[in-house]
Design a protein around this ligand. Structure first.
Ligand SMILES: *[C@@H]1O[C@H](CO)[C@@H](O)[C@H](O)[C@H]1NC(C)=O
Ligand SMILES: *[C@@H]1O[C@H](CO)[C@@H](O)[C@H](O)[C@H]1NC(C)=O
Ligand SMILES: *[C@@H]1O[C@H](CO)[C@@H](O)[C@H](O)[C@H]1NC(C)=O
Ligand SMILES: *[C@@H]1O[C@H](CO)[C@@H](O)[C@H](O)[C@H]1NC(C)=O
Ligand SMILES: *[C@@H]1O[C@H](CO)[C@@H](O)[C@H](O)[C@H]1NC(C)=O
Ligand SMILES: *[C@@H]1O[C@H](CO)[C@@H](O)[C@H](O)[C@H]1NC(C)=O
Ligand SMILES: *[C@@H]1O[C@H](CO)[C@@H](O)[C@H](O)[C@H]1NC(C)=O
Ligand SMILES: *[C@@H]1O[C@H](CO)[C@@H](O)[C@H](O)[C@H]1NC(C)=O
Ligand SMILES: *[C@@H]1O[C@H](CO)[C@@H](O)[C@H](O)[C@H]1NC(C)=O
Ligand SMILES: *[C@@H]1O[C@H](CO)[C@@H](O)[C@H](O)[C@H]1NC(C)=O
Ligand SMILES: *[C@@H]1O[C@H](CO)[C@@H](O)[C@H](O)[C@H]1NC(C)=O
Ligand SMILES: CC(=O)N[C@H]1CO[C@H](CO)[C@@H](O)[C@@H]1O
Length: 716
């Protein structure tokens, strides 16, 4: 590959569209320019025999090609005789670099001062194993870079204004991604996921409320004598308390054999009849069921015996705690054996996996990304054959890049205190920046040290955060159940009910955004700067986010009950407090907000359109003659002449348009003929005075009904 390709935008592109060029510098770096302006300074391409000795390619462009793939995406390929390849970028010192890791090092949403491999993060402050990752960064300088490889690599952001990556690979393709159509960094994420892969829309049951225990085989109460009955006890308490639930999953232990994993079964002492138990759970109680899996072979199990017999195991790399080696899944027979063995679970009714580990030393680090991708592929394959696309819920703590098409994520083992909560909020924001958009955290934390952890205060704050997360999943059991001592069966339980039921009622809104995640790659939890890119004050905010584009959410992540909230400039001139609907905050200001455990600081934009309602019955069998119920909350403002929302439900999209007219002080909603399972939709106008919360039934069918209110005073 001796030829250097110079391919500025070809004749195919109209010059008016854009004039981006990529050129080689005298020192063998690359520049992306727009007229006289340098947009991207790719100061060097790096090659070497080792990652610690890689050097800039100097005055030798053998094996380097570069060209624009689309008007806004440049592709660079490196293929030399070297074992390691990489690149370095340089911007101004104040530039932030985001992405690469879900884990928020130093509780930051950017990567300032960080240097680390593209691998599982391991034990760390706030969260153990917060591991979603992608070879993709984006910068406040307005572009992104995607290195398309599963080889091991290291990223270095220690020099202010610089970013560098080097991969253990004899060839490398990377992309420089510029915004398109004025879409800013959002469009950079969209173009990255288009090159990489997008998530599937999960089943509603996967979004929760989901309840689980780290160990259903202990902590029995009343007449309970095994895990199956213990789960039924949870189901009964949820029912009796009228707490909405859509899924339950069993973490390990649930199977037979050494450490309960490797025989592909349920322990008959704990689950005497798994198939009928799961059928009853799903069909009678309305709750889907998932189980834990991991690529690890425990001594003495079927998986271990088959693997040693066939030489499928990685040599003993001394995994943490001697937890068993991984199979090398690049061996086709190993992959197929595992895939076939897992089919037992879907055959007995299991509808998804909690996928653990993959980064605890059970394989050499340099294959971690390739092996994890294979394991997520086979976990997906073993489910999709039985249930079909989007009808089961797999979620992993360790997932790389394209695997977002095969799994959703939770953020690992968070600590059950405010540090864990703060880091979880930041990791949710970061997960979105690498386009793992369907995300949840263990509500209350995973690592529980001592009685009454999480404290009722931490737990309540976290429950609120999960209500405004894509997924609400909560660990109970093992002496940490709100309706059993040492909890008092009142206040924590009440907040659990309030927040789980709120999350269930927000499902129409959340589902609409899962459609966005799968179509565009844009996350549901959005860093403030994604919506307010021009407001530099949003660049470092690690504890509040836009939930979709309508809500500004500011979880309380410290003890004491108040926090300061910054209201970003750009998305809205002002923000209305969501629960009380009285207080209005001006964009660009900061306010101290106090909130009891029974609420949280949440705000809506001017012109917001928020679909809510009861669209999935789940366990709510206490509702006789249940039928879906959808309502549209509308927050008109004369500052916003028109706002739109793409509602997604029942597999179809409907465009909802809200218009205001200052001249005759009116507002009009066009519901696009929205129906839900043949039912009309309720319209709830949020207006001032007597109009506040005016509810109108919209029984228009099919004919694109629109509804007008006149002589109104808006709330902001
Ligand atoms: C680029 O810079 C040159 C020299 O300063 C100037 O003459 C020219 O007009 C500039 N072109 C653009 C597109 O700004
Ligand atoms: C690119 O970055 C290098 C290193 O910081 C700097 O020397 C060079 O002037 C920059 N080039 C441009 C066009 O900004
Ligand atoms: C690159 O090498 C060529 C000859 O191979 C030489 O003429 C040129 O000056 C060199 N350029 C730099 C920047 O070193
Ligand atoms: C790299 O170059 C070698 C030798 O020219 C070629 O055989 C190989 O296919 C190339 N690899 C890639 C990934 O392009
Ligand atoms: C990065 O480290 C330097 C010292 O090495 C420190 O002064 C600076 O505050 C750090 N920046 C961040 C964002 O942590
Ligand atoms: C994190 O994980 C390691 C290894 O499993 C364990 O030793 C450590 O106790 C964990 N830390 C916390 C706070 O859970
Ligand atoms: C780079 O080298 C260091 C030291 O040998 C090693 O720990 C790290 O894993 C390497 N990273 C990659 C991407 O190979
Ligand atoms: C790079 O990958 C090769 C396998 O392709 C492996 O043998 C080597 O140890 C890796 N190097 C590092 C530093 O991890
Ligand atoms: C089936 O589900 C119902 C409703 O939750 C429950 O009352 C019953 O005990 C379950 N039966 C079995 C065999 O688990
Ligand atoms: C949370 O727990 C971790 C692990 O035990 C501990 O290091 C940290 O200090 C705790 N944070 C708070 C706020 O208690
Ligand atoms: C918020 O409260 C803190 C501490 O009580 C105070 O220092 C600060 O001035 C307050 N900020 C605003 C905007 O009221
Ligand atoms: C955030 C906020 O102000 N919440 C308040 C809304 O009103 C209820 C009931 O009046 C209060 O309990 C909340 O604190």
């Amino acid at each position: 590959m001796a030829r250097v390709t110079f391919l500025a935008l070809s004749a195919l592109l109209t010059p008016a569209l854009c004039d981006y060029r990529i050129t080689l510098t005298p020192s063998s770096g690359l520049l992306v320019t727009d007229g006289n302006a340098t947009l991207v300074n790719n100061t060097a391409v790096l090659v070497g025999g080792h990652n610690t000795t890689a050097e800039p390619l100097k005055n030798d462009t053998q094996g380097l090609t570069y060209s624009f793939l689309t008007p806004t995406v440049a592709q660079i390929t490196l293929n030399t005789s070297n074992a390691f390849h990489g690149a370095r970028f340089s911007t101004s010192e104040s530039t932030r670099f985001y992405g690469v890791w879900e884990y928020p090092f130093n509780n930051r949403i950017d990567n300032a001062n960080m240097s680390f491999d593209l691998k599982g993060v391991g034990n760390n402050v706030g969260v153990n194993w917060s591991n979603a990752r992608a070879p993709f960064f984006l910068t406040s300088a307005g572009y992104g870079v995607y290195a398309d490889t599963l080889k091991m690599g290291s990223y270095d952001f220690r020099t202010p204004g610089d970013a560098q990556f080097i991969f253990n690979s004899s060839s490398l393709v990377y992309y420089i991604i510029l915004p398109n159509d004025g879409g800013g960094l959002k469009s950079v994420i969209e173009q990255y996921t288009e090159l990489s892969a997008r998530s599937e829309i999960p089943p509603t049951s996967g979004l929760g409320p989901t309840f689980w225990s780290d160990d259903f085989t202990q902590d029995f109460h009343g007449n309970v004598s095994n895990a199956q009955e213990n789960i039924q006890d949870v189901v009964n308490h949820l029912y009796d308390n009228r707490i909405r639930a859509t899924s339950i999953f069993a973490d390990r232990p649930y199977g037979s054999g050494n450490r309960s994993w490797g025989n592909f079964d349920f322990d008959p002492n704990q689950y005497p009849d798994p198939a009928s138990f799961i059928k009853n759970l799903t069909e009678v109680s309305g709750i889907d069921f998932q189980v834990w899996i991991a690529n690890r072979a425990q001594y003495g199990t079927k998986l271990y015996n088959a693997s040693t017999h066939n030489h499928w195991l990685f040599p003993d790399d001394h995994p943490v705690g001697g937890l068993g080696e991984a199979l090398n899944l690049s061996i086709p027979t190993a992959y197929n054996y595992f895939d076939e063995s897992l089919k037992y679970f879907s055959a007995v009714g299991v509808k998804g996996y909690k996928i653990d580990r993959g980064e605890e030393g059970e394989m050499p680090d340099y294959v971690q990304n390739e092996q994890m991708a294979l394991f997520l592929d086979l976990a997906y394959d073993s489910m999709v054959g039985t249930w079909g696309k989007g009808r089961f819920y797999n979620f992993a703590r360790s997932a790389v890049d394209r695997s977002r098409a095969k799994t959703h994520v939770w953020n690992g083992d968070s600590h059950a205190n405010f540090t864990g909560l703060a880091y979880s909020v930041a990791s949710g924001i970061r997960s979105g920046l690498i386009s793992f958009g369907i995300w949840g955290s263990d509500t209350g934390g995973y690592t529980r040290e001592g009685a009454l952890t999480p404290s009722p205060e931490v737990w309540a704050r976290w429950m609120w955060f999960s209500a405004f997360s894509p997924v609400y999943e909560l660990m109970l059991g093992t002496n940490h159940t709100p309706w059993y001592p040492p909890y008092d069966n009142t206040s924590t339980l009440a907040v659990m009910k309030q927040t789980a039921n709120l999350h269930a009622d927000l499902l129409p809104y959340i589902q609409s955004y899962t459609n966005d995640v799968s179509k565009t790659g844009l996350p549901i939890i959005r860093a403030l700067f994604l919506e307010a890119e021009k407001d530099e004050k949003t660049w470092d905010v690690n504890d509040s986010y836009f939930f979709g584009s309508e809500f500004l959410v500011a979880p309380i992540v410290r003890a004491g009950g108040s926090r300061s909230v910054y209201f970003p400039v750009g998305p809205s001139n002002s923000y209305l407090e969501y629960f009380n609907k009285t207080q209005v905050y001006t964009a660009g200001t900061i306010a101290n907000i106090t909130s009891p455990l029974t609420s949280m600081p949440v705000f809506v934009k001017q012109g917001a359109i928020i679909p809510r309602g009861d669209v999935y019955q789940g366990n709510a069998k206490w509702i006789q003659g249940w039928a879906p119920d959808l309502r549209l909350e509308l927050y008109p403002s004369f500052d916003v002449p028109e706002s739109r929302f793409t509602y997604y439900g029942g597999g179809a999209e409907t465009e909802i348009v809200l218009r205001t007219n200052k001249a005759d002080r009116s507002a009009t909603v066009d519901t696009g003929g929205l129906e839900f399972n043949g039912w009309g939709v309720k319209i709830v106008w949020f207006l001032k005075g007597a109009e506040k919360g005016r509810i109108m039934d919209m029984k228009v069918h099919g004919d694109g009904g629109s509804l007008k209110v006149s002589n109104i005073e808006t709330l902001f």
